[in-house]
Design a protein around this ligand. Structure first.
Ligand code: GUN
Ligand code: ZN
Length: 469
């Protein structure tokens, strides 16, 4: 057993359910102690003096002048797009053709995939992200390499073959039968092994024939425990294409519903143009949507309606995602920065009288991404939406000890002016101070605020050791 002593902040509830009193959803110990067993499982947590009295002889790692949070969860990221971040000039469909398919085709080669996957995990850890739900590419080799590399690093991962059989060049597509056979084998070998989980991953309805979606439905029916991960309602041209290809459906969600894919453990990425009716059905099904603000802005897809998705009438489970490389940043801190701005822009529309039915003060309030809502969304909220909240997301006893150590001084000089911290100053002593520090980090800082990242009770990244490959 070992213990980590420092200032800890995590969440015990959804701050959107505590409008006006979000602190009630938050737990903060200015001097806390986290006790971890040999397997990396949390066995005790609380104020230092109480917890240390219960464990008289233990190795204690002291982390001073920092704030410790649960590891970040990225609900939607594309592993083989690591090397095409920030590619110029296109919206979704031409961007896929010009940049994405050619690069992902290179990952059909195992060596190319291995190097890319190593770099991917190094960068993920340097960003403080310890769990992700990730896309691979159309052939199984990348998914295999990802499962192997994640296992080597003991990291929690949800992934699978990213299937596409129409609306892509012939050198990139797979067939429904090949996909079904390869996915079945990967599920047998990797799903539920260690910290790995399999997601049936049709790339998007625009790239999926009825046969491919039927194969996805069969995989989910035969393996009810697996996840389903895809894209939904990201871009207007994409949506028009989906309704032409699947002309028996009246909206985007219906395509996935028709093949038995929508329920708990379903995530649709983006959801920028989802209707209220679709939000209602997703909520009733217990399915999740990923808010990917960096990508939605970078590709010009649109403004996700955060306040509408979190309407208590039909609260949709949300993960937040980088969507690398549609998103131009790995760091969930940058994702929160852009999410905040999208929320503010939504409120400009609300205030702008474009549609009087949207003049709703409660919705405007829900669009405001407070530090509580923000950091909940990339920790416990992400875990709940991914149905992993029995394993990760906060510091409850029995969960896996993945955490990130944040340094309010890391980043550009302006973040030090904003946080008011200089070298040698103590970590925050009150929840208000901690929340303000987190807001400063997400709005003024960047991934240099990530001082250390720990996986299953072991330090996996240290900024000062320069561990990034
Ligand atoms: N829709 C289908 N494929 C992709 C992808 O790779 N990125 C994004 N952002 N949307 C998609
Ligand atoms: Zn995506």
């Amino acid at each position: 057993m070992r213990a980590i002593r420092g200032a800890f902040l995590d969440f015990v509830d959804d701050p959107w359910r505590h409008v006006g009193d979000e602190q009630a959803a938050t737990r903060f110990f200015a001097d806390g102690l986290l006790v971890v067993d040999d397997r990396g499982i949390i066995v005790d947590f609380g104020p230092h003096d109480e917890v240390s009295a219960r464990h008289p002889s233990m190795d204690v790692v002291e982390i001073s002048d920092r704030l410790i949070l649960p590891g970040f969860i990225d609900g939607h990221i594309h592993i083989p797009q690591t090397r095409i971040l920030g590619s110029y000039g296109e919206q979704l469909l031409p961007w896929l053709e010009k940049w994405v398919f050619p690069e992902e085709r290179r990952y059909f080669d195992r060596e190319y995939a291995e190097e890319g996957v190593r770099r991917f995990f190094d960068t993920l850890l340097a960003s403080g992200t310890t769990t992700c739900q990730a896309f691979t590419t159309a052939q199984p080799v990348t998914a295999e390499v990802v499962f192997e590399e994640a296992a080597r690093r003991n990291m929690r991962i949800i992934t699978g073959i990213t299937a596409i059989d129409v609306n892509a060049p012939e050198w990139f597509t797979t067939t429904a039968d090949e996909f079904y056979a390869a996915a079945t084998e990967l599920i047998d070998r990797h799903h539920g092994v260690g910290r790995s989980s399999y997601a049936v991953t049709p790339r998007f309805a625009y790239g999926a024939s009825k046969d491919l979606l039927a194969a996805c439905g069969r995989l989910k029916a035969e393996n009810p425990d697996v996840w389903v991960h895809t894209h939904i309602s990201e871009n207007p041209s994409e949506i028009r294409g989906v309704l032409q290809l699947h002309d028996d459906c009246t909206d985007y969600l219906e395509v996935y519903e028709k093949y038995g894919l929508v329920g708990p453990k379903f995530t649709g990425g983006h959801g920028v143009w989802l209707t209220d009716g679709e939000f209602r059905r997703l909520s009733a099904a217990g399915a999740a949507v990923t808010f990917c603000p960096c990508s939605n802005l970078y590709l010009g897809s649109g403004l996700f309606r955060l306040g509408r998705a979190t309407d208590p009438e039909h609260r949709v489970l949300l993960t937040f995602g980088s969507d690398v490389g549609g998103g131009n940043r790995f760091s969930m801190l940058n994702v929160l920065e852009e999410a905040y701005k999208v929320g503010m822009l939504n409120n400009t529309q609300l205030d702008g009288s474009i549609d009087p039915s949207r003049q709703d003060a409660a919705e405007a309030e829900r669009n405001r991404l407070s530090p509580y809502r923000a950091f909940y969304s990339v920790t416990l909220g992400g875990a709940e939406a991914l149905r992993l909240d029995d394993k990760v997301g906060n510091f409850d006893i029995g969960k896996e000890a993945d955490f990130v150590v944040l340094d309010g001084r890391g980043g550009p000089p302006a973040v030090r002016w904003r946080t008011g911290l200089s070298v040698g100053d103590a970590a925050p002593t009150t929840l208000e101070h901690a929340a303000d520090l987190l807001f400063a980090i997400m709005m003024v800082g960047d991934d240099r605020a990530v001082a250390e990242t720990w996986v299953m009770g072991e330090r996996a990244y240290s900024r000062d050791a320069g561990d990034v490959a």
